[in-house]
Write a protein that binds this ligand. Structure first.
Ligand SMILES: NC(=O)N[C@@H](CC(=O)O)C(=O)O
Ligand SMILES: [Zn+2]
Ligand SMILES: [Zn+2]
Length: 410
């Protein structure tokens, strides 16, 4: 007898199957096309689909001295509300996670406050000795400064230091110096720079928020198996025109022209990871010129809406927000298979709803998609076999735990 049985349609590979998922002790213990008996049984009605727990590998949860922008509590509730079961926390916090003590404070904070599962990171910037004192789940480097102002004086040295996957913000500081509007050239030059380092060092690298056709072309042109990259929903669905109409949409890298956006779509099948770059700021910070867009509570619905418009498949959503993040970052305890954590994102592909940021859990209660009608909605989130969000309500206490990333220890 399983603790919980989810009955309904679920996606395995490209196929939608009707059946049951048996869950015991928070793990997937059986995936069956037949009937399974459970202490508790949840029937997922027609029109709804059980997806494996979606993972966002690029999220800024702020907290520490920037609790007004977001806290681990508000941000991880927003994640569950948006159908995200695991978030990758970015280290450009205040104070920044550039030393072992601050990393330890981050660990304690998440243990107490996280509602979703999480991966913790360390910001590399000439501090390799400190980096060796911690076992972060992934590492971060900025080629050119973004929010927080920290960047690598010597990227190759920081990249060489990273004991696990390094995510990199690739915008070139010299180009930014000359042209603060951060033209595509800033990204393209930085991407070419990190690619030559990757050819030399041959170790895992993940290029954040790629926004240009030339940037994607350079990455695909090298075809290095140890180099992955992310694209954000705002660079897929918005352009510089939207920014000209709404200055709140200032973001690094900036929203691009229609031709760059179109190139992202032309290469959509080759994009390994979609990640929100959820970057919450207060309205006054935004009015003072802060860069960043909140995305946790809209990203999945935007993709579902795109599925309904024939722009992608549900399989693409799972590949780019579950399967590839697990592979790229070596998350050993996640995956749609027996023995892995029973995390699920349950969606209603046909439900229409209007984006109302005042109903969001994020502290950044604004959105580029405010007022937009979307078709497709997250209706339930399951974490370690427990319902943690249902019909917009967060259920239970903070019960997120740290992922088991990388090979070997912890
Ligand atoms: N993307 C942004 O415009 N801002 C991010 C930092 C970053 O990802 O560069 C932030 O932390 O605010
Ligand atoms: Zn960035
Ligand atoms: Zn970011």
């Amino acid at each position: 007898m399983y603790d919980l049985v989810l009955k309904g349609r679920f996606l395995t590979g490209k196929k939608l199957m009707e059946g049951s998922i048996g869950i015991s002790d928070g793990k997937i213990s059986r995936i069956s096309i037949g009937e399974l008996k459970g202490e508790e049984e949840i029937k997922i009605g027609s029109g709804k689909v059980i997806l494996p727990g979606l993972i966002d590998v690029h999220v800024h949860l702020r907290d520490f001295e920037q609790g007004k922008k977001e806290t681990v509590e508000s941000g991880t509730k927003a994640a569950l509300h948006g159908g995200i079961t695991t978030v990758f926390d970015m280290p450009n916090t205040k104070p920044p996670i550039t030393d072992s003590n601050t990393f330890k404070l981050r660990e304690v904070l998440f243990r107490r406050r996280a509602y979703a599962d999480y991966a913790l990171s360390f910001l590399l910037s000439g501090n390799c000795e400190e980096a060796m004192k911690v076992r972060a789940d992934f590492y971060k480097a900025f080629m050119g400064a973004s929010t927080g102002g920290i960047f690598s004086e010597d990227f190759e040295r920081d990249y060489q230091c990273a004991p696990r996957v390094l995510s990199v913000h690739a915008e070139d500081p010299e180009v930014i110096e000359k042209d603060p509007s951060r033209p595509p050239e800033a990204e393209v030059r930085a991407i070419k720079g990190v690619l030559s380092a990757a050819k030399l060092l041959r170790k895992p690298l993940n290029i954040c928020h790629v926004s240009t056709g030339e940037g994607i072309k350079a990455i695909l042109g090298e075809g290095l198996p140890w180099v992955s990259f992310e694209v954000t929903p705002h660079h897929l669905f918005l352009t510089r025109k939207d920014y000209e109409r709404n200055p709140l949409l200032k973001v690094y890298p900036p929203l691009r022209g229609e031709s760059d956006r179109r190139k992202l779509w032309e290469n959509f099948s080759k994009i390994p990871i979609i990640a929100s770059d959820h970057a919450p700021h207060t309205l006054e910070d935004k009015e003072a010129g802060a860069a960043g867009i909140p995305g946790l509570e809209t990203e999945v619905a935007l993709l579902l809406d795109a599925v309904n418009r024939g722009l992608m498949s549900l399989h693409d959503v799972v590949e780019k927000m579950h399967t590839n993040p697990i592979r790229v970052f070596n998350i050993r305890n996640k995956g749609m298979e027996v023995g892995k954590d029973a995390d699920f994102t349950i969606i209603d592909l046909k439900e229409e709803w209007v984006v109302k940021p005042e109903e969001f859990y994020t502290k950044a209660k604004w959105s580029p998609w405010e007022g937009r009608k979307l078709r497709g909605r997250v209706v339930m989130t399951v974490l370690h076999g427990k319902v943690v969000m249902e019909d917009d309500e967060i259920v239970g206490k903070p019960q997120g735990v740290r992922v088991h990333a990388g090979k070997g220890d912890h």
